[in-house]
Structure formats: structure tokens, C-alpha cells
Ligand binder design. Sequence first.
Ligand SMILES: [Zn+2]
Length: 156
Amino acid sequence: MEEGGQMTTVKCSSQIIEESIAVLREGMVRSEERVILWLGRDQPNAYRISEIYEPEQLTSVDYFRIPPESMRALMSHLRKNRLKIIAQLHTHPGRAFHSLADDRWAIIRHVGALSLVLPYFAANTTPKNFLDEAMTYELSPENEWLHVNNQRIEVC
Ligand SMILES: [Zn+2]
């Protein structure tokens, strides 16, 4: 069990998960990482994911970058629709873990934010095994990405 985390439940429909896998796999054909964001609104003790956001991004086999104009477009989208970034999801060419580059280049920076990493460009990920495949990290108050189990994510 994690300690000191916010333990806020993240509620996500299976349709969002299915769409997420499909979008992340677009990188697979080019052997490139891909990053997307789960956006949502606060609910009492829970976040409900309402949409997937795919930022303009520069990608390669082992990294992604979000250029400044893409960050601005994202921020404006969040303001306009009063949404918040709940989680960041990205693929890796190999096994799933939070690399130093991932720590450094994370799009989200608030305590309790989640960062999910999927292995092998999500080649083997299905809505059914999604929670087993994803390695999930949460940003601690000490600004560290700590591995957490996926019980916080509720597929409904
Ligand atoms: Zn990574």
C-alpha cells in the first residue's frame, strides 16, 4: 500500500481505455513512443476521466517531447473546457518504467497526478489486461514519481 498519497479514485470507462490503446498504438507502426493525457473534472473523492487529449508531440523510438506551442494549446483547451489533467500515459519500446527523462519531461506536475507507462508500444495491451500491463506512478509531495498499484483506477 502506498502511504501519504491522496488515494483519489480515478474512474475511467472501458471505452476511454480502448481509445487510449488505439491512439498510443499509432506510434507502434513507426516504432515511436506516443503520449496522451486523460482529462477530467474533480468529483467528491474521485476523478472522472471525460476525454483523451493527444498533444502535438515530437516522438522517437525512446522519447517524446511536447513543444512550447503544444503546451500552450493544451493549457488553453483545459481553461476553455474547465478540465484538469488527471493522468499522463505513454508507451515504451521495451519494458514499462519511469525513466529519468520521464521524470524530467512529465507534462503533469501536481501532487497526486498519475503517470502510466505501457510496455512494447502497447502492442499486447487490451482493455482487459490494461491494468496489469500499465505501470503507474504518482507524483509525491516530495516531487518524486513513486510506483503505485492500479487499485486507484476503477474501470466503470
Ligand atoms: Zn518513458
